[in-house]
Design a protein around this ligand. Structure first.
Ligand SMILES: [Zn+2]
Length: 233
């Protein structure tokens, strides 16, 4: 059943289900859905009371998911339009040519194309971003990994994918999934996402222990997290 609860000035929607269990369980999903599992005999006002107590934690999880997701504006693929690469703006220069090639150089993004139609250029640039992502993310992961040596995590397998809701995620089996779109962010921000996910291989949730580890590995992580949101906004 879907309910709403007011935490201060904020309205939070949650799903309440009754189960055979002893205590209240609360989960916040990446799509902001709050799932509440209550014991079968729990009184609704007691559940709400308990949720109010947990409000700071719930809001923190929701905010974490909200800020940790990409939003890139639509592009038209015309000359002079700016495109991001590693946190910098590049001006598009479209060159009809006998070969296809993309190059970012001194603030210009040169796109040589046999068929310079917007849809074709869009595909061409996506392929270039994907290629760059795989090179840069692999390099950064290798750079960062030694910092986790004493936590004895196994070397993660890296996947790169376009995701609409997350910058990165990881699986318990040690796979790290990074969003292709991250290639548009500054290197420090990409490093932050990699470190964030690697910390999850040590601590699965956003506990105090997780926060401490993240700050130990990357003391200025919040600056790079902010830049991530700013750079792609
Ligand atoms: Zn996380």
């Amino acid at each position: 059943m879907q309910h709403e609860i007011k935490f201060g000035s904020r309205m939070v929607v949650f799903n309440l289900e009754y189960r055979k269990r002893k205590s209240l369980g609360i989960k916040v999903h990446p799509d902001n859905l709050v799932e509440v599992l209550a014991p079968v005999d729990a009184k609704e006002h007691k559940v709400l009371e308990r949720l109010k107590e947990k409000a700071p934690w719930i809001l923190k999880q929701i905010d974490h998911f909200n800020t940790y997701k990409p939003s890139t504006p639509a592009r038209r693929f015309i000359n002079g339009e700016t495109h991001l690469y590693l946190g910098r703006q590049y001006r598009l220069k479209i060159v009809p040519d006998k070969i296809d090639a993309v190059k970012a150089y001194r603030g210009q993004l040169w796109m040589h194309s046999q068929n310079p139609e917007p849809e074709v250029l869009k595909k061409q640039l996506e392929i270039w971003y994907k290629h760059k992502a795989s090179v840069v993310f692999t390099e950064l992961l290798e750079e960062v990994l030694p910092k986790f040596k004493r936590y004895k995590i196994s070397t993660p397998v890296l996947s790169i994918r376009t995701m609409s809701k997350r910058w990165g995620s990881c699986t318990p089996a040690g796979r790290i999934i990074l969003n292709t779109e991250l290639i548009k962010a500054p290197k420090g921000s990409i490093e932050y996402v990699i470190i964030h996910e690697l910390c999850h291989l040590v601590h699965h949730n956003h506990t105090r222990a997780f926060q401490n580890l993240q700050s130990r590995i990357m003391p200025d992580w919040s600056k790079w997290k902010d830049r991530l949101e700013y750079s792609l906004a």
